[in-house]
Structures are given as C-alpha cells and as structure tokens.
Ligand binder design. Structure first.
Ligand code: DGY
Length: 366
C-alpha cells in the first residue's frame, strides 16, 4: 500500500498500523509511505531486506522483527537515517548495531503506560476471581445452580500487591491496585525507584493534607479510616526481590528484558512464593522460565498466573494451555485504540524527526 507516491522521502512500515494520523503526518511532510500488507504475521530478515530495497529513508518496525547488524547495515546502504520500533520494549533491536551504522533508533513510551497497566490489573482480577475458568464452565453448559463452593477465589482488598520493576507501567499498576482495590504494596526495582517513590510520596502528602483537614475531628488519618471500617494502605520498598516474592499475594512483573532479567523468575524463586500467590506478566515472556512455571502450576493448583507474554512467542510451553490455574492472552497489553494509534503516531514522529533533521523524540540511548 503506497501513500503520496511522489513524496521525496521513502518511509516503510513493516505492518499496517491503527489510525491514519501517522500516515498524514508523514505525507504532509513530503514522505512517500509504503505499508507492507503481507499476510504473514512475522516477517523474516529477508522479507524486511526486500522492503528496504535500494533507497529507504526510514523504517517503522515491530517487536516481532530482529533488528540487528544485517538490517541496519542494509538500511544504511539504502541511505536510511532512522528506525522506530512501534513498542516501548526494544529487546528485538540491537541498538549498538544501529549506532554503528549511524541509524537513530526510537521507541514509543508513555502512550501505552495506562493501557498496559490496566491489562496487568485485568489479569490480576481474572486470576484472583477465576473469571476464565468460570466463563468456560458456563459455556460448557455445566452450571446447574448456585453453590457455596463454586469458583471461590481471593479477595484482593487488604492483601499485598508486589511490583517488580517500578518504572512507568509498574507504578501505574501499583496505583490502580492501591487506589482501586485498597491493596498494600511492596515493590522492588532493579534499576531505580524514583517514579514509584514520587507517587508514594504524593500519596503520603495527600494523606497528610487529608489528615490536616480532619485532624479536628479524629486524631489521625489511620484512626479516621478505622472509624470508617477501613484499614490504611501500607507500602514499602523491598531491599531484595526475594522479599517481594515471599510477602506478596499478587506479584506483577514490569522489568525490561535484558541479560540480567532473563529467567528472573525461575524454579527457585517460584518456590519461595506463597502457595496461593498470583503471578502476572505483561512485560516480556523470557523474564519467566516458562517450563519451570508449568511445573510449578502443576504442583501447586492454588497458585495462579496471568500471562500476556510468552517465552517463545507465538508458542506456549507444553502443558501451559491445559492448566486451569493459568489465564493466557496473546500479547495485548497495549491494545487499546487510543494507545495503538498513539504508538503509531510516535513511531512516525521518531522517523520523521530524524529525516527532517530534528532530534529523535524518544531515543533509548538517552
Ligand atoms: C511494547 O510496547 O513493548 C509492548 O510489548 C507492545 O505494546
């Protein structure tokens, strides 16, 4: 599919992307936009080489593609200046190879924060209240009346949510679980904890001002909550990831995938989690040793998992699909209309900015 065929700059998108704003943005700035409409879901390096061709100024690519030495050198030879992943994660991109050939790299942070956190929250709820199991039970025509034991799950309120990786998405997820479900929080961040700390500090300031407002009526914020039958929410930063795994009832993983986070959750770490814990992953599949997880799910039927991502996508490790205590969805965490259109627009801006000589909007090197 070609837009603005006479455009001066040739920009290739390896997939059709939602909305038309991103196309307009490029065509208005003298770009010829070529969109690959190949039916195959995952393009090979050879497929992308033929899309790049002899002349190409920039490419918008997808997280399913291997952007390394071969593609970046070809893009350079074709006169290319910029590449953007339509994703915040860029573990499929060898940034060093792009740097070597002078290709600027962009990703799409920000616009998917809330949407991804909402999916992690949805998986937490689906797993804790056994929604998918119950749905399948209904559709199978097995419901023959209310029973006291039917699909009994866990109450989130008052339980502890554990967040591993407290960046933008982990912090948004923590906020949803604290504010929405009155869960206590324990978190551990592998790199930094500033955003979550700012949020928690903000919460404390808010609590403090509420306290100031009501201090004439009751002697503390805690007492105020208790007077209303509520327990105040607590939060703490763990000094080790193991502390989170040991203490939390629901654990959500939000690290980036790199050498240090590959199989972060392995057999040994699964073993220290509570027998009835819920583990959620909407980051990257290889963060969990999926074969070890399947074994753990088999041995611990009360342990539940909500997975958006898998170790060898699009496949699941043998046995996972049969586990009733697993909720599985196909990497849809950022799949809201607003977010996907925003990701496409950001990716287009990244490429356009570089072609036109502006600094790239979101460069993972910065
Ligand atoms: C990302 O952006 O990295 C997600 O995995 C897809 O939205």
């Amino acid at each position: 599919e070609v837009w603005n065929p006479s455009g001066k700059y040739r920009v290739v998108s390896t997939k059709p992307m939602p909305g038309t704003r991103w196309i307009r943005l490029l065509t208005d700035q003298d770009c010829r936009v070529e969109i690959c409409t190949e039916k195959k879901t995952i393009l090979s390096v050879e497929d992308i080489l033929s899309l790049i061709g002899n002349r190409c100024d920039g490419v918008i690519g997808q997280l399913t593609e291997d952007w390394g030495e071969v593609l970046f050198s070809a893009l350079r030879r074709a006169g290319g200046k910029a590449f953007s992943n339509m994703a915040v994660g860029y573990n499929n991109v060898v940034v060093g190879a792009a740097n070597k050939y002078g290709i600027a790299v962009g990703n799409t942070p920000g616009v998917l924060t809330e949407t991804t956190a909402e999916l992690a929250a949805s998986l937490s709820l689906a797993a804790s209240r056994r929604i998918v199991e119950a749905d399948q039970f209904m559709r199978a025509g097995l419901y023959d009346g209310w029973l006291p034991h039917l699909f009994v799950g866990n109450l989130l309120k008052g339980q502890t949510v554990g967040v591993i990786g407290a960046g933008r998405i982990g912090s948004a997820y923590a906020r949803m679980m604290i504010e929405g479900f009155k869960m206590n929080l324990i978190y551990y961040d592998l790199y930094q904890a500033t955003r979550l700390e700012k949020f928690v500090t903000g919460m404390s300031l808010l609590a403090f001002s509420i306290y100031n407002c009501i201090s004439g009526l009751v002697s503390s914020y805690g007492e105020f909550l208790k007077a209303n039958g509520e327990q105040p929410v607590t939060w703490k930063r763990a000094s080790s990831m193991e502390d989170v795994l040991r203490e939390a009832d629901v654990i959500s993983l939000h690290p980036v995938l790199d050498k240090t986070t590959y199989h972060l959750i392995n057999k040994e770490r699964l073993a220290i989690m509570k027998k009835e814990a819920i583990l959620v992953n909407a980051s990257r599949g290889p963060v969990i040793d999926e074969a070890a997880l399947v074994e753990h799910l088999k041995q611990n039927p009360m342990f539940r998992v909500g997975l958006d991502v898998f170790e060898d996508e699009p496949f699941m490790k043998p046995g996972l699909a049969d586990m009733k205590n697993a909720v599985v969805v196909p990497h849809i965490a950022s799949a809201s209309k607003w977010t996907r259109e925003g990701m496409a627009t950001l990716a287009a801006l990244n490429v356009l900015g570089k072609i036109k000589g502006y600094p790239i909007w979101s460069d993972p090197n910065r």
